[in-house]
Design a protein around this ligand. Structure first.
Ligand SMILES: *[C@@H]1O[C@H](CO)[C@@H](O)[C@H](O)[C@H]1NC(C)=O
Ligand SMILES: *[C@@H]1O[C@H](CO)[C@@H](O)[C@H](O)[C@H]1NC(C)=O
Ligand SMILES: *[C@@H]1O[C@H](CO)[C@@H](O)[C@H](O)[C@H]1NC(C)=O
Ligand SMILES: *[C@@H]1O[C@H](CO)[C@@H](O)[C@H](O)[C@H]1NC(C)=O
Ligand SMILES: *[C@@H]1O[C@H](CO)[C@@H](O)[C@H](O)[C@H]1NC(C)=O
Ligand SMILES: *[C@@H]1O[C@H](CO)[C@@H](O)[C@H](O)[C@H]1NC(C)=O
Ligand SMILES: *[C@@H]1O[C@H](CO)[C@@H](O)[C@H](O)[C@H]1NC(C)=O
Ligand SMILES: *[C@@H]1O[C@H](CO)[C@@H](O)[C@H](O)[C@H]1NC(C)=O
Ligand SMILES: *[C@@H]1O[C@H](CO)[C@@H](O)[C@H](O)[C@H]1NC(C)=O
Length: 209
């Protein structure tokens, strides 16, 4: 009697264990990470003092968008960019990258040119310090869907930004790529995922089959 009860309990335990392990593996393989975005190139010839000519007022920017997921593609909606001066709310320039698809472990280099129709030169030239330096705030906003095998997830909001220091050469001071980051959203979404996993495990362990 007793031994058969123990066998049942053991079987029950191994069942729960298997289900828990399956849930963990499912979570690990369905988990997605958002693309990482950075500014690789940033040049405004009109701010290049050596050029001694402020006629070329186009801002040239190259954006690097990286899909770090091992086996998930990413569908980007239109990627919207705002360029502003520090402590001002109204952008001095904006641009948009048309929607596109990116395979797993791929990096996309997107070039945007902001001509005089897209960049307010009056505002930009007024923000330059006597030493030729100036600061830009770059904000990026889009929505992404992940492709998992043949299924697309719902849209996830991606909102990141960075401050870019530009010197008297008209280029960004930082030689490395400037990473665009979310002030606090990243951590929140990560702890959110952990919370879901925990709930899932507790639900499975407490469920009396
Ligand atoms: C700035 O202008 C000088 C003179 O034309 C040029 O040699 C230099 O490459 C320019 N700087 C950049 C970052 O393109
Ligand atoms: C800059 O350009 C102005 C007029 O175009 C010229 O008078 C001046 O000598 C130039 N300065 C340098 C350092 O080349
Ligand atoms: C402005 O500068 C860029 C980068 O140096 C150059 O490719 C472009 O031809 C210039 N445009 C004009 C109108 O001079
Ligand atoms: C922007 O505001 C912060 C504090 O609100 C201040 O420390 C900083 O100097 C300001 N920057 C500029 C360029 O005015
Ligand atoms: C983008 O810039 C253009 C030209 O300055 C302006 O008309 C438009 O309203 C801006 N769009 C946004 C979303 O700020
Ligand atoms: C450009 O910036 C100046 C100074 O900030 C502002 O007065 C003007 O209205 C802006 N122009 C546009 C088209 O936004
Ligand atoms: C230029 O001046 C600004 C404001 O005083 C400062 O933040 C910046 O570091 C200076 N840049 C250089 C290259 O000295
Ligand atoms: C750009 O600025 C416009 C107007 O201020 C705003 O509606 C939009 O959400 C901003 N977009 C980004 C990417 O910050
Ligand atoms: C501006 O920054 C770039 C990249 O760090 C550097 O190569 C260049 O010499 C700097 N120009 C000035 C005038 O400091």
């Amino acid at each position: 009697m007793g031994s058969s009860g123990g066998g049942c309990c053991q079987c029950c335990f191994s069942f729960i264990f298997t289900v828990g392990l399956t849930a963990l593996f499912m979570w690990l393989s369905l988990r997605t990470s958002k693309p990482s975005c950075s500014i690789q190139y940033f040049y405004l010839p009109a701010l290049n003092k050596t050029l001694n000519d402020t006629g070329n007022r186009t801002l040239y920017v190259s954006l690097s968008l990286k899909n770090g997921n091992k086996d998930k593609g990413i569908y980007y909606d239109n990627v919207n960019l705002n360029f502003s001066l520090p402590n001002t709310s109204k952008p001095v320039g904006n641009a948009s990258i048309p929607k596109f698809y990116q395979g797993h472990k791929k990096r996309a280099l997107k070039k945007v040119d902001l001509g005089s129709d897209k960049l307010n030169w009056t505002a930009v030239s007024g923000s330059v310090y006597p030493n030729g330096s100036t600061y830009f705030r770059v904000d990026l906003e889009t929505k992404v869907r992940f492709k998992i095998i043949f299924w697309r997830t719902k849209r996830h909001k991606l909102k990141v930004g960075a401050d870019v220091e530009v010197n008297a050469s008209g280029t960004k001071v930082n030689k490395k790529d400037v990473k665009l980051s979310a002030a606090d959203h990243q951590l929140a979404s990560y702890s959110g995922q952990l919370w879901v996993l925990l709930n899932f495990l507790v639900f499975i362990l407490l469920n009396p089959w």
